[in-house]
Design a protein around this ligand. Structure first.
Ligand code: 4AD
Ligand code: MG
Length: 465
């Protein structure tokens, strides 16, 4: 059977057929050779692997060959044959070459030599054409697919929550406002405040920091739902682990207690890591070779070992007894910094850790309060190299307790009335968590900066492309 229709390089390299006619299309990675023979490495992004095109220079005009430079886009027709050289099983003997688009070597930034990740961030519009970003973006796709598959196979429904909201789920206040009011001259009320009744939605609105609150409405009707979409945080955190726009997966389950929530989180992450090991081998091998020698070892380790489950209070004790000099010393009640999380995971336990029962002051209003009056049924999953990868909790299902907490924190009942209503009618024990998609990708790809696992990162002072 010959190849028909548009065929990708991945398909050709997977096939066992040779001595058939093929057409390949892609971008030139390299060209080398002499006056008797030229070799073009062509890549179309379908796989990390290039296909080798063998060219007899005497069969083609010199002008055409001159324009086959790194980055140029080609269509090549020829014969797919067993490769005589080592390094690739098959190659294409070119019969016809068309240049779709040239890439002037004087100006095209992605030349053959390796580039730093910093440099590639400045040309993020071109970096998907590099081996590194090809690998990362294919793994990103595979993880997104695996997430949907995991939940679909287990009877969870994909539930779409709004991106524009009037509530602050996490209560952290780090929100981007959404308005159509004239910023230079906003309408004012009599007492001089901005008159939001004249705004598009008739009240102040923002981009969502989390789909959880609406997700809970879904869970209290469909039993098990998940969201998977962009979320926005206007925190001025210039770190390798924070984005202003990131994607989050938020499952929410009726009739789940904290223990069930932890079991799901652990099983979910292990499934995703195993999926990457099973389906992204070529890309992982490349990233391991280039960036992180222990990558597959670390991925296997996570799949094969139970996560440690530990009370926040015990975690603090371990940190205090550690004798370690932390930049931010930590007492009971403090929010853990990444250095603390990583100490517990990388140095003390040498395993992923699920930390539970945090002080209520450092956690969001919706978490179920423990009997001690001080802690809530929160869980954070802490990972090597990453720190917090998942944040979740059992939710406060009792109307009076939730209502009291909302009042205590001085939160706006005007924007939360509908959420409180869920506890008035048919309330149920329920739990959920949020997995930061790019944090997962940091772990799975072994990359060390979150800006390098999303095509177009949004960070403070950076919204190019
Ligand atoms: O811990 P967070 O803030 O929890 C929530 O938003 C809950 N509503 C989740 C839930 O229970 N449904 O965020 C959840 C996860 C974090 O553990 C982290 O992985 C990721 O989202 N995350 C970020 N990722 C990239 N950039 C940021 N600025 C992030 N902030 C949180
Ligand atoms: Mg958190």
């Amino acid at each position: 059977m010959a190849f028909t229709g548009r065929v990708t390089i991945a398909q050709i390299l997977r096939s066992t057929e040779v001595d058939v006619a093929v057409t390949v299309k892609g971008w030139v990675r390299t060209k080398r050779g002499n006056k008797n023979v030229a070799f073009i490495a062509l890549n179309d992004g379908s796989t990390i692997n290039n296909i080798q095109i063998v060219v007899n220079p005497n069969d083609f005009p010199e002008e055409l060959l001159k324009n086959i430079t790194t980055g140029a886009c080609l269509r090549v027709e020829g014969m797919l044959v067993q490769s005589v050289g080592s390094g690739q099983p098959v190659e294409v003997q070119a019969r016809e070459i068309e240049i779709y688009g040239k890439a002037d070597p004087e100006s095209y930034p992605l030349q053959k030599k390796g580039h730093t990740l910093e440099f590639l961030r400045d040309i993020a519009y071109l970096r998907p054409r590099t081996n590194t970003f090809g690998a990362v973006l294919r793994i990103r796709h595979a993880m997104a697919y695996a997430i949907h598959k995991y939940f679909n196979d287990r009877g969870f429904y994909y539930f779409h929550t709004p991106l524009i909201t009037a509530s602050d789920c996490e209560g952290a206040g780090a929100m981007f406002e959404v308005t159509t009011l004239d910023m230079k001259n906003p309408p004012r009320t009599e007492d001089g405040a901005i008159d939001y009744s004249q705004d598009f939605f008739g009240k102040p609105c923002n981009l969502t920091v989390s789909g959880q609150l609406e997700g809970e409405l879904g869970a209290l009707a469909l039993s098990q739902i998940y969201t998977f979409g962009p979320t926005f945080r206007a925190e001025n955190s210039n770190t390798p682990r924070h984005l202003a726009e990131f994607w989050m997966i938020e499952p929410e389950m009726a009739f789940y207690e904290l223990e069930d929530d932890m079991n799901l989180a652990e099983d979910f992450i292990k499934y995703l890591v195993q999926y990457a090991l099973d389906n992204c081998a070529d890309d992982l091998a490349f990233l391991e070779k280039m960036y992180d020698k222990e990558l597959t070892e670390r991925l296997r380790f996570v799949v094969e070992n139970d996560f440690v489950r530990l009370d926040y209070t015990d975690g603090i004790e371990i940190l205090q007894k550690s004798g370690e000099k932390f930049e931010f010393p930590c007492d009971w009640g403090c929010d853990l910094q990444s250095e603390h999380e990583r100490y517990l995971v990388e140095k003390h336990f040498k395993k992923p850790v699920i930390l539970i029962n945090y002080p209520k002051e450092i956690k969001a209003f919706y978490m179920k309060q423990n009997e001690d009056g001080k802690t809530v049924r929160a869980m954070d999953v802490l990972f090597p190299k990453i720190g917090e990868i998942i944040g979740g909790s059992e939710r406060e299902a009792d109307f009076d307790k939730l209502n009291a907490r909302v009042e205590e924190l001085g939160m706006s009942k005007e924007s939360l009335w509908w959420y409180l209503d869920t506890r008035r009618w048919g309330s149920a024990p329920h739990s959920g968590f949020g997995l930061g998609f790019e944090r997962l990708l940091l772990f799975v790809t072994g990359m060390s900066n979150i800006r390098d696992v999303i095509p177009f990162p949004r960070t403070p002072k950076n919204a190019e492309f």
